[in-house]
Design a protein around this ligand. Structure first.
Ligand code: ADP
Ligand code: MG
Length: 604
């Protein structure tokens, strides 16, 4: 027998799709408040939302008649032309309140601007009482108690109060990013966990300020503003520098026409834009707003309205990848060799986005965080009280290895000839059109990483047998960890055997690390394994392994190098793909062209 289901059952079924957990109820209520034109929204949760969810706003409010309609299914004030194209509100399906009223005890209290008193309506698992007069401010307050009490099956799936509360906080944060002109406060069990005020200024500035409030100061200082457009699609927001990457996408906030979305296409485009500026498994941080004509995107794909479909997915993907790549390149993150003025910024401002240098005091201010005390002292204008003649001492003995033979180096090699070493950590080189400053440790780490990657793609890392096997004493838990990885370590060039308790025997070493301190290398690798998830292969954590191996290789910060060694490193960098690119978002070298240098000294 086929029969029509009673309304309260229909609403419960719908609730299964619209409201999955307390955070989804928070999302629907806050969306409604934003749609109602509120300027101030207060959210209170008790017991992670399982006890109480209350959202108060100062928006347009509802009359008693509207209160009754609001909790009816498919009743909405937001679609005025009966098409699903021009949707400029967050809600449009008219089912959230109906669904919520079917699975909880809900009270709606509302007073429109020109109404004397507020009215209230309650619904308990769909049974409605009211409307009746009540005390209430202008605007609307909706309280939901005992969410899912009418659907115990769902209740069982809720997580701890703490994680439900955290999920609700993330929902509020995302929505708050769409509306910097609205103030938000969130209380979890009477503890205020979010208090977002409204900042003044023009639109883009207020958006940026709100992103800063939510993503934090550290992100903000290491982020680049995006503001670009292609084919009538706008892309604005903030993207993190590669140094600010995370192991997951939790700090990626994506919006389409100011609606928060969880969209695979957008997320994969964002990741692709960073390419190998980030290692596998790392995710960029970003808050990005895509704006396009409503007919070019369908927002009615899913009841929770978190997914969208683009009419031209290729165009959207191209815009995100192209736009972000270009922005990162402008900021000097990719190859730093041909950056011109941007390199000046990198050179002087550390990891911050480069700004063109305009006057001397600015240079002094910027040079300090990047290069350290000695360089600053060197840069500072001479103190007037000091004698004006410089005491240069006796002429330095000429280093014969420099003289006469740098011309061919400079002519034949893009990275030129080594000229000096600074602080036992940086190589100064001269190229055909300028100078380079190479971070010897970063460069070597990158070389080791690239070599390991290449060797793994072929037969595995070349090994060298030890004439005398080395016995390394280790704690048992470290040994166990190594034991679980023996075949993988062998592919990385390290052949180990366990040797009773308390020690391992090293039989073969990676050939490229033949001079390393074996004992320390093995211990450090074992320590690394603590942090590499058991389910993850060592190859997927190659970045980490390579960094450890590089630390035990020959070139390290703090080691004095001969001219020959420095030149050998430069030649190897030239021969290795990606050697100039950011490693963990850091450049391995920065370059200044002769023109840049001339500009620094105002000769241009
Ligand atoms: P939708 O938001 O898709 O229209 P809802 O079930 O969420 O559907 O809400 C139904 C209607 O109730 C809305 O269209 C709106 O007219 C009204 N409403 C809900 N919340 C508020 C609020 N906070 N202030 C004013 N009106 C509201
Ligand atoms: Mg709604």
């Amino acid at each position: 027998m086929i029969r029509r289901l009673p309304t309260h059952i229909v609403n419960r079924i719908a609730a299964g799709e619209v409201v999955e957990r307390p955070a989804s109820a928070v999302k629907e209520l806050v969306e409604n408040a934003i749609d109602a034109g509120a300027k101030r929204i207060v959210i209170e949760l008790e017991a992670g939302g399982k006890g109480l969810i209350a959202v108060s706003d100062d928006g347009i409010g509802m009359t008693p008649d509207e209160l009754e309609l609001a909790i009816e299914r498919h009743a909405t004030s937001k679609l005025d032309d009966d098409d699903l194209v021009h949707i400029d509100s967050l809600g449009f399906r008219g089912e959230a309140l109906a669904a919520l009223s079917g699975v909880s005890r809900m009270t709606l209290t509302s007073r429109p601007k020109d109404q004397e008193t507020a009215f209230q309506i309650t619904a308990e698992a769909g049974a409605v009482t009211g409307p009746s007069p009540a005390a209430g401010q202008r605007g609307t307050r909706i309280e939901i108690r005992d969410l899912f009490f009418a659907t115990p099956a769902r209740l069982k799936f809720l997580r701890t109060e703490r994680s439900e509360g955290q999920a609700a906080k993330e929902v509020v944060e995302r929505l708050a990013m769409t509306s910097p002109d609205v103030a938000f406060t969130l209380h979890l069990d009477s503890r205020q966990v979010l208090n977002l005020g409204v900042s003044s200024g023009e639109l883009f500035q207020t958006f940026k300020a709100r992103i800063g409030q939510i993503m934090g100061k550290a992100f903000f200082q290491n982020a680049l503003a995006m503001d670009t457009e292609r084919d009538g699609i706008g892309l604005t927001g903030m993207i993190g520098l590669p140094t600010e990457s995370r192991p997951n996408g939790r700090f990626q906030h994506l919006f389409v026409n100011r609606r928060p979305v969880q969209d695979k296409l957008l997320k994969s485009a964002l990741r692709a834009a960073y390419g190998d500026l980030l290692f596998a498994g790392r995710q960029p941080m970003a808050a990005l707003f895509l704006d396009l004509a409503p007919e070019r995107v369908d927002v009615n794909v899913h009841p929770a309205k978190a997914e969208v479909r683009f009419r031209e997915p290729g165009v959207v993907r191209g815009l995100i990848i192209g736009g972000i790549k270009q922005r990162l390149a402008e900021a000097g993150c990719r190859t730093t060799s041909s950056l011109g003025t941007a390199a000046l910024g990198v050179l002087s401002a550390g990891s911050q986005a480069p700004t063109p240098l305009t006057h001397r005091s600015q240079i002094e201010r910027q040079i300090s965080p990047g290069i350290g005390e000695e360089a600053r002292a060197f840069q500072a204008p001479l103190d007037d009280s000091r004698p004006t003649t410089l005491d240069v001492g006796p002429p330095a003995a000429r280093d014969d290895s420099l003289v006469g033979d740098i011309a061919p180096f400079i002519r034949d090699h893009p990275l030129g000839a080594a000229r000096a070493q600074l602080f036992d950590a940086y190589i100064v080189a001269q190229s055909h059109n300028g100078m380079l400053l190479v971070d010897q440790h970063a460069a070597h780490e990158r070389l080791v990483y690239e070599r390991l990657k290449m060797a793994l793609a072929e037969q595995g890392v070349p090994r060298q047998g030890l004439l005398l096997p080395e016995v390394v004493e280790l704690e048992d838990d470290l040994i166990e960890r190594l034991e679980a990885r023996l075949p993988e370590l062998e592919r990385l060039g390290l052949v180990l055997e366990t040797f009773g308790q308390g020690a391992v025997v090293v039989r073969e070493m990676p050939a490229m690390l033949k001079d390393a301190d074996i004992k320390r290398l093995v211990r450090d690798l074992a320590e690394d394994l603590v942090e590499i998830d058991k389910a993850r292969s060592l190859e997927s954590a190659l970045e980490r392994v390579a960094a450890t191996m590089a630390c035990h290789g020959s070139v390290r910060a703090g080691r004095r190098l001969s001219m020959t060694e420095m030149n050998a490193l430069l030649r190897e960098m030239e021969a290795t793909p990606n050697s100039g690119q950011c490693n963990h978002g850091r450049p391995t070298y920065v370059a200044l062209s002769e023109a840049d240098i001339e500009r620094l000294f105002k000769r241009r």
